[in-house]
Design a protein around this ligand. Structure first.
Ligand code: NCD
Ligand code: ZN
Length: 354
């Protein structure tokens, strides 16, 4: 059966361009997006150097406009001292990303002062996204509440975290959140098969109890996000493996697995991959845009066959069901029969808003 769905929106990807294009660039990353059924991706600022000022924003805008084959948003990076600068570029960005815990790259906020100044200064109508784990989620929620602004918590992965967010929502706090396919489908036990270096990811995979808690609270999860974080196989198998998994090309089949298991409905999937991210991140309508998915098509996940430059997947060898057969963007077929047809530069920035 072929399903026609809206073009999916992924609010959290790392396309590494500029700065680390051996891992991914705007072309390879957005080809992976189309192959996975995404017509909008929002790119994170932990580049080399990080996207924290006018110059680094302009460089990313240029790279994306030259190479992207799907639409995109650019998240600005919160640095220790750039609250005014970040606010001045808010209209050109899909969000402001704050790293409150250690992950890949140097973009980590340590001081309470910088957390406060960004929450105070950044325009309320553009989302602030937080990488926050454990107690820093409580800090992000509290400071956002004090300065009366919404906050989006990225890749929630633990039982106590999702339960705190549920409680915050029940109290009326303006918080939204996302979960990744890997935190919904894998546990620490899978590291044995995946391999220790490849398994590194932030937040780290968790326990069965955590996965069960995420699944039990999916009703309060606003978005699914891949956190597509490509690193090469060589890097992942090195002595100092960087954290992160590529995810764009496996996500939809994994979400469909949750539908088949009865954990979510197809409508829930569309709400989390399209309607909610569209509202939260104010994605402009993409006229005459849709994806066609053969929900019965079986295939085996093989990193080597993927568009991502990472060329590996934590789901290597897994039997997947559901394959994107065609993507239409603004009336043009941009992906069909496993081939990207769109020319580099077809993708548009979702900002500024008209
Ligand atoms: C991300 C990366 O590689 O940029 N890694 C990861 O493990 N998720 C950074 C991040 O999102 O934390
Ligand atoms: Zn990320």
């Amino acid at each position: 059966m072929i399903l026609k769905l809206p073009g999916l929106i992924d609010p959290h990807v790392h396309l590494r361009d500029p700065g680390a294009t051996h891992k991914e660039d705007w072309h390879s990353g957005t080809c992976a997006a189309l192959a996975g059924g995404f017509t909008v991706v929002m790119d994170m600022p932990n580049n080399t150097p990080p996207l924290t000022d006018a110059q680094t924003l302009a460089a990313k805008q240029r790279a994306a406009s030259e190479r992207a084959v799907c639409d995109y948003g650019i998240h600005f990076g919160a640095g220790a001292d750039n609250a005014q600068i970040a606010a001045s570029f808010a209209a050109q960005c899909s969000g402001l990303k704050m790293y409150l815990d250690q992950t890949f790259g140097p973009l980590k906020l340590d001081g309470l002062d910088s957390l406060i100044s960004h929450m105070q200064t950044f325009p309320r109508e553009v989302p602030i996204l937080c990488h926050a784990e454990g107690r820093t989620i409580a800090a992000a929620l509290f400071v956002a509440q004090i300065y009366d602004r919404p906050v989006h918590i990225c890749h929630v992965s633990r039982k106590e975290e999702i339960e705190l967010i549920r409680a915050a929502k029940e109290k009326g706090l303006r918080v939204t959140c996302e979960v990744t396919p890997h935190h919904l489908l894998l546990t620490l036990d899978d590291c044995e098969t995946i391999g220790a270096g490849k398994c590194e990811v932030r937040p780290m995979l968790a326990t069965r109890a955590d996965v069960d808690a995420l699944r039990a609270n999916l009703d309060i999860v606003d978005c699914f996000a891949t956190d597509h974080a490509p690193h090469t196989l060589f890097e992942k198998e090195s002595a100092n493996p960087p954290p992160g998994y590529p995810g764009l090309e496996t996500a939809l089949a994994l979400y469909l697995e949750l539908v088949r298991e009865g954990i979510i409905t197809l409508d829930d999937l569309i709400a989390r991959c399209y309607e909610n991210p569209r509202k939260i991140f104010k994605v402009p309508p993409q006229a005459e845009t849709w994806i066609e998915v053969d929900v019965d098509a079986e295939w085996t996940a093989r990193g080597a066959n993927m568009y991502t430059r990472a060329k590996w997947t934590p789901f290597e060898g897994r039997t997947m069901r559901g394959q994107v057969t065609r993507v239409v963007l603004r009336g043009e077929t941009v992906f069909e029969n496993d081939c990207v047809i769109a020319k580099s530069g077809t993708g548009r920035d979702i900002r500024p808003l008209n």
